[in-house]
Design a protein around this ligand. Structure first.
Ligand code: GLY
Length: 562
């Protein structure tokens, strides 16, 4: 090869390495903005922030706060979440961790009776089930550090919504019916959601004046407007009167943490996702690393799905064995993300047989989904991005509202390992790495994620409890196969989480032939009987410049491109 040819080859290689694939550089700016979120009023709030000169981060604050008002069954000021940000100017990704923490008076056995048995409902209903909220602190942090607008401007649409009211929809009503019994122990919550002692009719106006006041105090006082002063006092008083264990110091001491996201690459695609204390990014990469040993496109549908299920089984085994708040447990993150570790996992997978979960090394036990949690995706015209997954855990969280606050408390304490070897609300089992301890963050499945390749980028995530990570996996594989945002949100889902050893699937996820083939391999299949998840995706195609946004067709999510 002549010197000039060598030079040319070196230049082509350099271009490839810089862009991720030959010939396709990342365009500087999309020039368009897009929002996909679970409620049209939340999208309108984000649009208002952008129209006021805000960026994606201001829009994220506005969307999060509006969801707290309009989708109170799923997230809110009484909960927490993870906001994955991409700051275009610095080409930097950062995860804002606003996960709840266990109160200082929490103990490992706090939900067990004297005989060591789990007290039914104790980690799910009422204020004892609530961790110290992180969402208000995260909104203040994002607005101050990354936004352009004053916090009060971004919170204005949510305050208006709380004062003027929203229409009760079928999802809100169904959730209230489901949580009615627990809610009856909270007169303040009953007064807001069942003012006549009855479930509100669909279309009835839901006004939340106490929540509006709490939002106003947050808007004017920032962190102190929620975590100190009259709101904090009312929260602590209400929690303690209801049998909870919060203190003023728990609230005043809450801290947002900025974390390095999990990063990996799979078939030329860069994956950026949530780190601990979410299991999302590690689980997603664990599965992709296992799958990277095969060209999945060469297999028939049943074998391809079998391999994906086996990767799910192994990643969720790792979740239950190893994962927890890294400030409290030594988690072997580098090992779990290593391709060498994945190669070992892959070696135990047969192409023609399911591996019974009981034959995999056990977890160390020493020591209705889709209407809970919410996800939104935002891209602004400058290329800033936010993938935000927020939660109060199960429907309407702890179904408890401290009087005078309008704040529905989370029941995220159930995401801790309440008792090793015993499943939580999502049947997830854990080990001592996720045991309850004062100040500790409970393990999550929330998986806000960015995908990027020479083709473009995708911003995605979904609610759905333990199934979140496998939903994000399936959508990731779909995007990598060349499909768009609409396909990613619509595709039929299936899930395995190590224990119970069963594959749950949505109607239509498997053909009859695939069901027969998977069962012949030894998989135990269980039709979920209904849809699950509520994925919201934004994509940007570099070659065409097209920006797309898609809400989940299963729900009332909306998407908007400007
Ligand atoms: N509470 C749901 C999760 O964090 O996974």
């Amino acid at each position: 090869m002549k010197l000039r040819q060598l030079l040319l080859a070196a230049l082509v290689l350099a271009a490839f390495l810089l862009t991720g694939a030959a010939g396709a550089a990342t365009p500087a700016r999309p020039g368009k903005a897009a929002i996909a979120a679970a409620h049209p009023q939340a999208i309108a709030a984000g649009e208002e922030a952008l129209a006021a000169g805000g960026n994606a981060f201001d829009a994220a604050v506005a969307v999060s706060a509006a969801l707290a008002v309009a989708e109170p069954n799923a997230s809110g000021l009484g909960g927490g979440g993870f906001w994955l940000l991409h700051v275009a100017r610095d080409a930097r990704d950062v995860l804002v961790d606003g996960r709840e923490t266990a109160p200082a008076a929490a103990t490992a056995g706090m939900y067990l009776d004297a005989a060591g048995n789990v007290i039914p409902g104790a980690s799910l209903d009422g204020p004892l089930a609530a961790g110290i909220p992180g969402e208000p602190a995260a909104l203040v942090h994002i607005a101050r550090r990354y936004g352009r607008l004053p916090l009060a401007r971004s919170l204005a649409p949510a305050i208006r919504l709380a004062e003027e009211g929203i229409a009760i929809d079928a999802g809100l009503q169904a959730g209230l019916r489901f949580r009615r019994k627990a809610m009856e122990k909270s007169p303040a919550m009953m007064a807001v959601f069942c003012p006549d002692g009855e479930l509100p009719a669909i279309g009835a106006r839901l006004r939340q004046p106490d929540l509006a006041l709490t939002l106003r105090r947050l808007a004017s006082g920032g962190f102190d407007g929620f975590y100190r002063g009259p709101t904090a006092a009312a929260l602590v008083e209400g929690v303690r009167a209801g049998g909870g264990i919060w203190s003023a110091a728990d609230l005043a001491g809450y801290q947002v943490i900025e974390r390095e996201p999990v990063r990996a690459s799979y078939r030329g695609v860069q994956i950026v996702s949530a780190p601990l204390p979410s299991a999302g990014g590690i689980g997603l990469v664990d599965m992709l690393n296992i799958l990277s040993g095969w060209d999945l496109g060469r297999f028939d549908g049943a074998t391809r799905k079998h391999l994906i299920i086996e990767s799910m089984r192994r990643a969720y085994r790792d979740r239950s064995a190893w994962l927890g708040d890294p400030a409290f447990s030594a988690v072997p993150v580098a090992q779990l993300l290593s391709p060498f570790y994945a190669a070992g996992q892959r070696a135990s997978i047969r192409l023609d047989r399911a591996t019974p979960s009981e034959l995999l090394p056990a977890a160390r036990t020493d020591g209705s989904e889709g209407n809970d949690t919410t996800h939104f995706s935002i891209l602004d015209a400058e290329g800033n991005r936010v993938a935000g997954t927020l939660s109060i855990n199960t429907w309407y969280g702890a179904a408890f509202m401290p009087p005078g606050t309008g704040v529905i408390l989370n029941n995220e304490m159930d995401d801790f390992t309440v008792k090793p070897g015993t499943g939580n609300a999502y049947e997830l089992q854990g080990a001592t790495a996720n045991a309850i301890a004062p100040g500790k963050r409970m393990l999550s499945s929330m998986t806000p994620t960015f995908l990027e390749s020479s083709r473009g980028l995708a911003i995605l995530g979904t609610p759905g409890g333990s199934r979140i990570i496998t939903m994000v996996l399936l959508a990731t594989l779909d995007w990598i196969d060349g499909h768009d945002a609409h396909s990613m949100t619509a595709l039929r889902r299936y899930h395995h989480q190590f224990l119970p050893d069963v594959v749950t699937y949505e109607p239509g996820a498997f053909s009859d032939e695939e069901i027969r083939a998977l069962e012949a391999m030894g998989h135990r299949l269980k039709a979920s009987g209904r849809d699950y998840g509520n994925m919201n995706v934004v994509t940007w195609d570099y070659a065409s410049g097209k920006v797309e946004a898609a809400g989940d067709p299963r729900r009332e999510g909306e998407a908007l491109v400007y």
